[in-house]
Ligand binder design. Sequence first.
Ligand code: AN7
Length: 441
Amino acid sequence: MRIIPILSADDIFTMKDYEVKCIRCGARYSKDDIVYTCRNCVTVGPRGEPVSGGLLDILYDYSTIDPDRIIHAKGDGVWKYRDLLPFGEAIKPITIQEGNTPLYRCDRLAKALGIVDLWVKHEGLNPSGSFKDRGMTVGVTKAVELGVKGVACASTGNTSASLAIFAAKAALPCYVLLPKGKVALGKIAQAIMHGAKVFSLRGNFDDALRVVRVLCEEEAIYLLNSVNPYRLEGQKTIAFEVTEKLGWVVPDRVILPVGNAGNISAIFKGFSELRTLGITTAMPRMTGIQAEGAQPIVRALKAGKAEITPEPKPETIASAIRIGNPVNAAKALHAIRSSGGVAESVTDEEITEAQLLLARLEGIGVEPASAASIAGLKKLVELGEIERDERVVCVTTGHLLKDPERVIQICEPSIEVDADVEVLRKMVRSPFEAMKCEPWT
Ligand code: AN7
């Protein structure tokens, strides 16, 4: 069933033109075309197999966009920046009030890490608990505009949770492919609760994405992984919100976890657009963090390679970023190199330590993948790669409750007691000794 957009004065966008263009060969596609990677520059691999064409990007005629309208835009969240979103026609967004997440100043954590100007953009406070909602509001609105019969994705969890919610809101059938036994509990709970058809795939995320891409082509179902360029249009609003909160001045550096590499590409694009429009004059150093067991982008950058080498067996407790063949690698390598950024890997132990630090020093609860940004910051400060006086923004991409099982593994268990005040009084009077844990200072 298709939702017929019901228009109100607020929902009608100004007319705006854009084009969909291949970043590799420059081929252009119409707005009505359902296309994810370029059909023009498909090549042939060593065994005669077709190799995907270039990634697509959505480009606007920036001379027609008024920077003052961006700066003085009213409203909150992703659709506040509608002048920089790809909808020329009057269409009602499929929205659950995504975006407008807090940017916390984190002085205690900064001090612990030896820097002075640290901020955390907590994307875990989006409606579904991850940044994916920003991409899905745009992607599913596009799906409705195209009149597709269903939506699908492969996912390490958060994409499926978010898509299930937006598909429910848009009354579209939703199919999600999850790597069996490797998705955090909270994310599966969301996908099944919101009515997606969930497949538990014998294989990893990269296998799931390979399969779902073919399925979507053949069955005319709309693919909403981050290879879909409309997703990234929503996610670039992280850059707009960060810059706006900092008084329209970009930070020196933005650090975030990297899996399929869509988010780092999207945020880079957002900052680039602000500069193109003359709203800002600089770019932050885009800094991507991967897990030690799944770091194809880090390896490519350190080796000075133009392309990544996929990792066949990615492994990390940060299941969200357990990805060996990131589909947006070409965009991410460009983002990191051209902004003067860096990519670094962190161990599962470093991720866990950072997750605890952030939770206990700043009260910010994040899932393991998100803590990779903090772990990466710590490592890069220690390596002297990050200057102590840089203004750093870390993006924490997903909420703590996405992965409760990991919390149980790493934290002290609760203490079972009788309903006896005497026993409790003793424990409360010397709490840290009784609970056998260190006070956090
Ligand atoms: C919490 O849900 O790929 O580099 O299928 O859930 O844009 O892929 C999730 C990715 C970081 C990496 N942090 O972002 C999926 C999926 C969290 C995530 C990433 C993900 P990209």
